[in-house]
Every structure is written in structure tokens, then in C-alpha cells.
Design a protein around this ligand. Sequence first.
Ligand SMILES: Cc1cc2nc3c(=O)[nH]c(=O)nc-3n(C[C@H](O)[C@H](O)[C@H](O)COP(=O)(O)OP(=O)(O)OC[C@H]3O[C@@H](n4cnc5c(N)ncnc54)[C@H](O)[C@@H]3O)c2cc1C
Length: 339
Amino acid sequence: MMDLVKLWMIGGSREFETSKRPLETITKKGIEFINEGVTKIDLENKVVRTSYRRLHYDYLIIALGVELAPEQIPGLKENGLVLYDINDVPKVREAIRKIRSGKIAIAITGLPYKCPPAPFEAALIIRSVLEETGASDSVQMDFYSPTPITLPAGGPKVSEDILQILKSKRIEFHGNQKTVTVEPNKLKFESGEADFDLLISVPPHKVPLVAVDCGLAQPGKFIEVDRSCKTKFDNVYAIGDVNQIMVTEKIAVPKAGIFAEGEGVAVARNIASKIKKEAEAATFDGKGGCYLETGKRIAGYIGVDMYADPSPITELRPPSADYFADKEKFEKERLEKWL
Ligand SMILES: Cc1cc2nc3c(=O)[nH]c(=O)nc-3n(C[C@H](O)[C@H](O)[C@H](O)COP(=O)(O)OP(=O)(O)OC[C@H]3O[C@@H](n4cnc5c(N)ncnc54)[C@H](O)[C@@H]3O)c2cc1C
């Protein structure tokens, strides 16, 4: 939920300190919480190691998420702010409130990345902040992406809908722009370059090293599983951002909390069935959705059915105050349910 809050922090409606929840509360559900980094996963001996202890497992669910890897693009971190980095979020907020004129560039610099609509939401929220500060007419906003359309996972129709929303807010989308390096005030693409006064980027993501070291993931890739989330190792599952589930040859389940939750529930049910020696009947259904905030407490809703027959369905329901209220409710319900 912390990721979702980052955009509200940029908009100025939330503070980090008031959005945190202690994970220790899960102990109330009879789950021991060990706040230690995993240093090694020993799949042969069924042991997870931290700096201080060895934990034996019968079933293992890997839910390590992804790590941000801005270092993969030379100059990215040094010459701009990283949208998904909690340390940079307050700086983004400050910078957009200070800017009076010039060019803001928002660049997706690696694929896949978490929550595909989030950078567009960020751009729209930034535009609405600029409208509040009175700088909007003097600030040009450009959005650069390595993909040809805004949201390939959503298909051409949803991508066109998002493009039109961006256009209505004078945010220019530039597709097929693969960032190679960043210099002061300059993005360099595979072909061409672009100037900016303020750069806000989505950096490349990588799988945590412990998942590579134990052989669960190939270097440079995520843990490949199907919708059962079973890895090739006995009783070892991978859920959430750390995995990659291909639905068709070209389309993967997007990295989003709603899908991490669905995968987690299915895996948990199947492990419980296994322990009770019952059939494993649960499957990750691939259904979900996320909100596309457009600023000023308005949001659209992107509904997704990854396993629809014959191919995934995604639709964008038009922005309204009701969907924004639903987004707030979504956060509240999840916090109450899980924490
Ligand atoms: C700006 C933004 C907005 C978003 N908005 C939405 C939204 O509206 N809806 C939605 O569905 N999704 C949204 N997402 C995506 C969502 O946040 C992620 O998909 C989700 O958090 C993935 O859950 P996860 O459990 O797989 O990984 P994470 O939530 O990243 O959790 C992984 C955890 O593992 C820990 N970890 C990693 N390595 C180790 C180690 N070696 N030892 C111990 N612990 C370790 C990490 O510290 C982390 O706490 C958004 C993302 C961003 C960036």
C-alpha cells in the first residue's frame, strides 16, 4: 500500500509518516513476523537464512518484490528524481511546487515496471498541482516511454483512451523512446535526445539477488511461473512482483498489488489443501483492476481480466469522483483486512 500512497504524497494530500502501518500486527493472526533481511535461500536443504538465524520450511512462498535499478541507466539518478523511490518522492513534490516555467520530462526507462498506469497518474497529478500553483501554462510536460503505445498490456483502445486524457492535460506522449543515458538536462535515447528542466523517471527494475543466487530466477529475469505460481522446486511458490506469469506469448500479468494479492490467496488456499491432503482447487483468476487518478480527486478505473477467453480484456471506465472515492475505500479495506 505504500507504493499507492507515493502518488498522494506527490499531490500533497498525504504524508509518509501518517501512511505507514506496522507489519508486526500480523502476529495477531498467529503469524510470526521476523524483521530481518533474507541473505540466502537454500532450496536443497529447505532453509531460509537471515543474518541471525536459519529457518526451516516445508512450504516456501517467495514474495520479495522487485528492486529499483536506476544504476542501469548511466546518469539517471544523478540528473533527475526517481518517481518510485520513497526518498525522492518529497523532492518531486517540492520541485513541482517550486517550478514556475520550463520543461518537465517523465520517462519510463525500463520494462516491465510496477503498476503500469502509475506513471501516467503521476503525470496527471503533477499537471493538477501546476494548475493549483498557477505555473501550468508556462510548463511543458513530455512523457517518454520505450513502448509504442501508452499501456501495451491494456491494448490499443485503453492506450488511446489514456493518450486522449494526457492530451487533454497538455502532456505530450513520445513512444518508442528507449533511454540509454542521461546527462544534465538531457535524455539520450537509442535514437535522438530531449531536453528537460526537471526529470522524473521510472527506473529499470530487477529481481532481488537472493532469488538469482538460489537458482529461482535467471540473471536479468523474474521468477517464471504459470498461474499456479509453483516454481520448479517442490513446495516453493513465487507471487507478486518478483514473478513473471506469461498469459499469452507477449502479454504478462502486470506487476500490481491487486494481482499479488490474488496470487497469494490462491497459493495460500492450495497449501492449506495440501496440508489437509485435499485437492488443490484454487487458481489465480487474473481478475482485478486499478485506478487511474487524473487529479483533483477524480479517477478512472482500469478493469482487467487476464484469462478472459480468447484473450485478456482490459477496459478503462471514464474518470469520475466515484472512482476516486473507491480508490480511497480500496486502501482502507485492504489495510483493515490484511493489517
Ligand atoms: C507509485 C506506485 C503506485 C502503485 N499503485 C498501485 C495500485 O493502485 N494498485 C495496485 O494494485 N498496485 C499498485 N502498485 C504496485 C504495487 O505496489 C506492487 O505491485 C505490490 O506492492 C507488489 O507486492 P509484492 O508483495 O510482490 O512486493 P512488495 O510490496 O515490493 O514487497 C516485497 C517486500 O519484500 C522485501 N524484501 C525484498 N528483499 C528482501 C530480503 N532479501 N529479505 C527480506 N525482505 C526482503 C521488501 O523490502 C518488501 O517489503 C503501485 C506501485 C507504485 C510504484
